[in-house]
Design a protein around this ligand. Structure first.
Ligand SMILES: NC(=O)c1ccc[n+]([C@@H]2O[C@H](COP(=O)([O-])OP(=O)(O)OC[C@H]3O[C@@H](n4cnc5c(N)ncnc54)[C@H](O)[C@@H]3O)[C@@H](O)[C@H]2O)c1
Length: 256
């Protein structure tokens, strides 16, 4: 059996949970050697155990995407373990509930909440791109990067302005980086998930599940595996003419 990522080395951030975990597992299934990064090395280790048990090769890396030294170390450790970096999925992120009380409109948000949201969900992606691209250039160019945006990167959502601003920023970063590095053979895209069943959406589903599902033409939440399949493909050579794209995977939410 050959996989569409055979021979590639990939780094996934936020790989301990939800979409990141499912994508790390799917990338390994398709033949990639995996560096799985998350805030704690222990939590990333659980994903690594899944991959290694299925016959893949993976390492766990602890680090905070808001700290440049940590991000540089994630890339360096990947290269130390596997010799290079071909693919990256910059996916670590937080929901509004992680930075303050829910339900706040713009005039109610503290600057601390806004700054923390941007630090993780936007600056974190910038730092990852910076160090991953530097490594890809040092290898002589070539590579594929996918950033996790959201449908919130394309539309507004009431009481989530900080999250929406950060995710719109991810879309903009993606487009600009795609243009800058196309001549170097480095493709940069983002995936824009709709509502996906992960620990991040647990509370939202419990409090307003029917309201959310009413807006999804397919009438259900997506699974992390359904995002993973799109990301695997975008990272593979099968997506060789795709760069600068914001790829919606949302059960029809954005189209409606
Ligand atoms: N679940 C959804 O419906 C949905 C929809 C659209 C976009 N997203 C985005 O998908 C991504 C993954 O979310 P998920 O739903 O899998 O959530 P999740 O909470 O299951 O996973 C997020 C992971 O990111 C890690 N993380 C958070 N802050 C970090 C930091 N500073 N440094 C390193 N790691 C950090 C967490 O530890 C966690 O393992 C996020 O960027 C999120 O905004 C999710």
């Amino acid at each position: 059996m050959t996989g569409i990522l055979d021979g590639k080395v990939a780094l996934v951030t936020g790989g301990a949970s939800g979409i990141g975990r499912a994508t790390a597992v799917a990338m390994a299934r398709e033949g990639a050697r995996m560096a799985v990064a998350d805030r704690g090395e222990d939590s990333a280790a659980a994903t690594v155990a899944l991959i290694n048990a299925a016959g893949g090769q993976a390492i766990a890396i602890g680090g905070d995407v808001t700290r440049e030294a940590d991000v540089a170390a994630m890339v360096a450790r990947t290269v130390a373990a596997f010799g290079r970096l071909d693919c990256a999925f910059n996916n670590a992120g937080i929901a509004p509930g992680a930075v303050g009380p829910g339900g706040q409109r713009v005039h109610e948000l503290s600057q601390d909440s806004f700054d923390r949201m941007l630090a993780v969900n936007l600056t974190g992606v910038f730092l990852c791109l910076k160090h991953e691209i530097a490594q890809m250039l040092a290898q002589g160019g070539g590579g594929a990067i996918v950033n996790t945006a959201s449908i919130a990167g394309l539309i507004g959502l009431r009481t989530s302005s900080h999250y929406v601003a950060a995710k719109h920023g991810v879309v903009g970063l993606t487009k600009s980086a795609a243009m800058e590095y196309a001549p170097d053979g480095i493709r940069v895209n983002c995936v824009n998930p709709g509502y996906i069943t992960t620990p991040m959406t647990k509370e939202a589903v419990e409090t307003r599940g029917p309201e959310i599902l009413a807006k999804v033409p397919m009438g259900r939440m997506g699974t992390p595996e359904e995002i993973a399949e799109a990301v695997v493909w975008m990272c593979s050579d099968k997506a060789s003419f795709m760069t600068g794209a914001a790829q919606v995977v949302d059960g029809g939410y954005y189209a409606a």
